[in-house]
Design a protein around this ligand. Structure first.
Ligand code: MG
Length: 307
């Protein structure tokens, strides 16, 4: 029997979830949880508590939680690169940074065409080592989650950091407030959330799916609409190995098939901002929900490792 927090809306959802598994709350006490990233070698997960300017650490071996970093540049999205290093989107730093194996912080991107980035929000690593990140203005819109400042760019784009040259190129320039993003398992598609309704009345609260160029270094076309919401926002998202999209939504986590069908939901008692796969078999979905960190085992696995 599925626990009531798992809500199937399409028969295909049953193959992705497990009976008698329940949603677990691993920690509560944050102001706004975001940016989960799981480290397989250390069996721990880090995530952001943005307004409290700290990064938290949950230890899978004993369930303990500690402060990993504070102050933390009002970090938002995180991921782990192919070498096992932590990558961070920093609101207050207005950059993308990497924590090296020896603990040093390396800044990877601070500007585009001579103007400062707004406030990098979320990021993903492609198998070629390139880093793709979104740059809306949320971290400079107020003092709450960064330092308030005008946008030097006057636009919110998606960028790619070249793994060889370190060059920062704009790859998507037709979104209002690009936010979470993730590649399909074959890396031929890129899903990007647009949360532009925060700034534009009637603006986007949807996911778009962009086809990658043949060389894999950019996208082609306009990125057709993949899924939309009437209320709330898609923020962070991840893709499982079957290509299903697990995305934050107002009332929990929504799961969409690659054909765009809403397969089902995981109801979470707080607004969800982001998710990631983790655990030794990467079959556990970690969920950042406002004040808390949640997790649920699934009958599927993250598409990529690191996830
Ligand atoms: Mg986000």
């Amino acid at each position: 029997m599925l626990k009531p927090e798992f809500e199937p809306l399409d028969p295909r959802f049953h193959a992705l979830v497990l009976g008698n598994v329940h949603l677990e709350r691993l920690y509560t006490g944050c102001r706004w949880s975001e940016g989960p990233a799981y480290f397989a070698a250390g069996r721990y997960l880090v995530w952001s508590d943005i307004p409290n300017d700290r990064v938290m650490r949950w230890d899978e071996t004993d369930g303990s939680v500690s402060v990993f970093q504070q102050p933390a540049w009002n970090a938002n999205g995180h991921t782990v690169d192919r070498q096992g290093r932590l990558l961070s989107c920093e609101h207050r730093g207005r950059c993308v940074s990497r924590t090296e194996h020896d603990g040093r912080r390396t800044v990877l991107a601070t500007q585009f065409e001579g103007r400062r980035l707004n406030s990098p929000n979320d990021l993903v690593v492609k198998s070629d080592g390139s880093i793709w990140f979104t740059d809306p203005t949320y971290g400079i819109d107020s003092e709450y989650e960064g330092d308030a400042a005008p946008s030097e760019l006057g636009a919110s784009n998606v960028y790619r950091i070249d793994p060889d040259s370190g060059d920062v190129q704009a790859v998507i320039t037709d979104m209002v407030k690009p936010n979470g993003l993730a590649f399909s398992p074959d890396e031929r598609q890129l899903y990007v959330a647009d949360t532009g309704a925060t700034h534009v009345s009637g603006g986007p609260r949807h996911l778009r799916r962009y086809a990658l160029r043949a060389d894999g270094r950019g996208v082609q076309g306009n990125g057709p609409l993949f899924a939309s919401l009437d209320a709330g926002f898609f923020d962070g998202l991840r893709v499982d190995r079957h290509g299903n999209v697990w995305t934050s939504a107002a009332d929990g986590v929504a799961c969409f098939a690659p054909d765009g069908t809403l397969l089902g939901r995981i109801r979470v008692p707080e607004v969800v901002a982001n998710v990631c796969f983790g655990g030794a078999k990467r079959n556990r979905l970690f969920i950042c929900g406002t004040t808390s960190l949640y997790a649920a085992y699934l009958n599927t696995q993250g598409a990529t490792w690191p996830a």
